[in-house]
Design a protein around this ligand. Structure first.
Ligand code: NAP
Length: 329
């Protein structure tokens, strides 16, 4: 099969075409013919080698967590799906296996779900990592419920675009940070209040909106973007959930100061962050119209390097999707 591979860690130009054997589905696995692959910040972080302390990589290596496509074959013990099914899900890139920037990829059946009704492949490929992180972060880790207030820090990104919608669908009051060009975009997804982080002190703007503090902060940017008083914008008894990986995270002092205020700082590495059922719960929300596709820019798979340059710049609105096989959805 044709794939975009890296032959070593490094810059975006490490991404080159390669020919690899088509993988085979083992027990409990699904082989998917990839139509579209979603691009996540974790992809460039993997490309430069930031995750090599945790995962044993081989080269050539195929990046890409997110896919949407058509089931080609299933391994032993898989009866939920069969050849021809339209699905989306997550590859095993996080376990060091080849990912979705390829004509075919393997996924655990538990991390595959039926394409939500009415969604195109390119739209569904935007969902797996961002959507499950948003769902797990808000619901399982954040404990968000109707009537509570939540700040989504980084509302215009892949995770933020879905967080705003899930929080809104849960009946929470939602504030979201973004740059000046994305104020209407985040409001369009249900943010009650958009905060331009370039216009001044974000913490002060949050305090004006929720004088007693918010019940939850879902931080998809990094604690230093909200300093010096990130923890102080959370109401006593509230939660601060860190999503952003390998960026500034709470120091021991901050954790202690938060605890003294009754605020829990919860890390993105929390075990319940991404569970198989999040994918199906997310698919149900999407099918019911509670979550709509984020803004999507589609590039051909051969332009994966350009996609990486853009996502590394940290100002993508919504998601970049790589088209692996043009398909008339
Ligand atoms: N732990 C996990 O399992 C997990 C899963 C998914 C993602 N993550 C991590 O979470 C982070 C976000 O992921 P993502 O997919 O949402 O990234 P992304 O789509 O690349 O985020 C880009 C967005 O960030 C916004 N942004 C940049 N600087 C900002 C600031 N100072 N304040 C507010 N918004 C700002 C930009 O909005 P403007 O253009 O308007 O500035 C842009 O829309 C990344 O670090 C990623 O690695 C972790």
């Amino acid at each position: 099969m044709r794939a975009m591979v890296i032959n070593g860690f490094g810059g975006p130009d490490q991404l080159v075409w390669g020919d690899l054997p088509t993988p085979e589905a083992g027990a409990g696995e699904v082989l998917v013919r990839v139509i579209c692959a979603g691009v996540n910040p974790a992809d460039w972080k993997t490309r430069v080698g930031k995750l090599s302390a945790y995962i044993d990589y081989h080269f050539p290596f195929v990046l890409g967590f997110d896919f949407a496509g058509i089931v080609e074959a299933v391994g032993e013990g898989v009866d939920a799906f069969g050849p021809g099914d339209r699905v989306f899900g997550m590859s095993k890139q996080g376990q060091g296996r080849d990912g979705s920037y390829a004509e075919y990829c393997i996924a655990d059946a538990a991390f595959v779900a039926a394409l939500p009704q009415g969604w195109r492949f390119a739209q569904a490929a935007a969902l797996p990592v961002a959507g499950t992180t948003a769902y797990g972060g808000l619901v399982d880790v954040g404990g968000l419920s109707a009537g509570q207030t939540v700040l989504i820090n980084g509302g215009a990104g892949g995770v933020g675009s879905i967080c705003i919608q899930i929080a809104h669908a849960l009946g929470a009051r939602v504030a979201a940070t973004c740059g000046p060009d994305n104020m209407a975009y985040v409001r369009g997804f249900g943010a009650d209040h958009a905060i331009d982080y370039r216009a001044g002190d974000v913490a002060e703007a949050v305090r004006q909106w929720a004088p007693g503090g918010v019940d939850l902060v879902l931080d998809a940017v990094g604690l230093d973007s909200l300093l010096p008083s990130a923890v102080d914008i959370v109401a006593p008894g509230g939660r601060y959930v860190e999503i952003a990986t390998l960026v500034s995270q709470a120091s021991a002092d901050e954790v202690a100061r938060a605890a003294a205020n009754g605020v829990s700082i919860l890390s993105n590495m929390t075990a319940v962050m991404r569970l198989p059922q999040h994918l199906t719960e997310l698919a149900a929300l999407c099918a019911a119209g509670g979550v709509k596709p984020p803004a999507i820019e589609i590039l051909p798979l051969g332009e994966a390097a350009e996609a990486h340059r853009r996502i590394e710049g940290q100002h993508v609105r919504g998601k970049i999707i790589l088209e692996v096989a043009p398909h008339d959805d």
